[in-house]
Design a protein around this ligand. Structure first.
Ligand SMILES: Cc1cc2nc3c(=O)[nH]c(=O)nc-3n(C[C@H](O)[C@H](O)[C@H](O)COP(=O)(O)OP(=O)(O)OC[C@H]3O[C@@H](n4cnc5c(N)ncnc54)[C@H](O)[C@@H]3O)c2cc1C
Length: 306
């Protein structure tokens, strides 16, 4: 119930305008982001590099409604790539299709993405985030089209969607880099598994498919985007069974979530990448983080009391 309410609130423009003005909400959100600027994110990436973690940067924002706004996002990512290169960081970027103007049409979003991927070193991946289910088809279409000429484009897939297994089967012949996550949006039960146990089971099934493909020579990197330690343990077992070496797949976690476990897992020899979100448009993203773990709401209330 609380999860549903938080996910509903994350799409409410009235709340998005008002709530971020409150200091206690801003303070609570800082738990999951190092700051609002690229410089804040780069500083965090340098700190994580010193702890042995490569990173991914993502500028917060979604459903950009003007071509000028989407162009500005693409320009921002070009500047981010330059800054990453100048600092010699092992840092990738992850982009939301609607941030590149997908709501305005597929062609513009594809053109902007192509531009970003072309500006990136061929050895560095640009990731496409996966948004709510209405965007899966156009996101797959853009991915397939840009991926034809650019090998360094990766795609996020969501294990809670009933359609993801057939989608993955169709994508596997491309040998793509896939970041598997559980899924963060509010979806009806005919579209997404409503029970956590079914989502977890599907995650492991899809992880098995990705790791098996990697084990027989697929080029794309399988990434398990999860903080779920049981799933990570199972993925390690699946990787061993498929003969996939520790450097040939990754776990990815979000900045500020289970930081102690991130350190422990890196120490254990696991390849772990941290996704750092930054920017001013953090409200919907932050409410999705609260929805993932309703206990986080107590943290907000404590900030209010403080
Ligand atoms: C690198 C990365 C990229 C992602 N990209 C996308 C994307 O493109 N599209 C998309 O729909 N979703 C994305 N997500 C979010 C994802 O779909 C899940 O909503 C999120 O990762 C929580 O699920 P979980 O796998 O960690 O498992 P859960 O079962 O939700 O959590 C497992 C445990 O992790 C801890 N935990 C999880 N979330 C939180 C939190 N917010 N605060 C505190 N503790 C927490 C808790 O201890 C919890 O018990 C991404 C996640 C990661 C890590």
């Amino acid at each position: 119930m609380l999860r549903s309410t938080l996910l509903w609130a994350s799409t409410n423009p009235f709340l998005a305008q008002r709530l971020p003005r409150y200091g206690f909400v801003r303070r609570a959100a800082r738990r999951f982001m190092p700051g609002e600027t690229l410089v804040d994110a780069l500083r965090a990436a340098e700190g994580l590099r010193d702890k042995g973690a490569p990173t991914t940067l993502t500028l917060l924002g979604e459903n950009v409604t003007t071509a000028a706004g989407a162009d500005a996002v693409a320009d921002h990512y070009l500047r981010a790539l330059d800054a990453v290169r100048a600092r010699g960081l092992d840092t990738e970027i992850s982009v939301k299709p609607t941030q590149l103007g997908l709501d305005l049409g597929l062609d513009g979003a594809r053109r902007r993405l192509e531009h970003i991927v072309a500006a990136c070193d061929p050895g560095t991946l640009v990731w496409m985030d996966m948004e709510s289910s209405a965007y899966v088809d156009p996101t797959l279409e853009i991915f397939r089209s840009v991926r034809q000429n650019r090998g360094n484009l990766g795609l996020c897939l969501q294990a809670y969607l009933r359609r993801t297994e057939p989608d993955l089967e169709e994508l596997l012949p491309l040998s793509p880099a896939i970041r598997l996550v559980k899924g963060a949006y509010r979806e009806p039960p005919d579209v997404a598994f409503p029970r956590k146990a079914d989502v977890d089971r599907n995650f492991l099934r899809l992880a098995g498919m990705l790791l098996a493909a990697r084990g027989v020579g697929a080029a794309g990197r399988p990434v398990m985007g999860t903080h779920d330690l049981r799933i990570i343990e199972e993925a390690e077992r699946l990787a061993r069974e498929a003969g996939v070496g520790a450097d040939d797949w990754e776990v990815a976690m979000l900045y500020g979530i289970r930081t102690d476990e991130q350190v422990r897992l890196i120490g254990s020899g696991l390849a772990l990448r941290v996704l750092i979100s930054y920017g001013t448009a953090w409200f919907p993203w932050y409410l999705r983080r609260l929805a993932e773990r309703p206990a986080n709401v107590w943290f907000v209330l404590k900030q209010l009391a403080g």
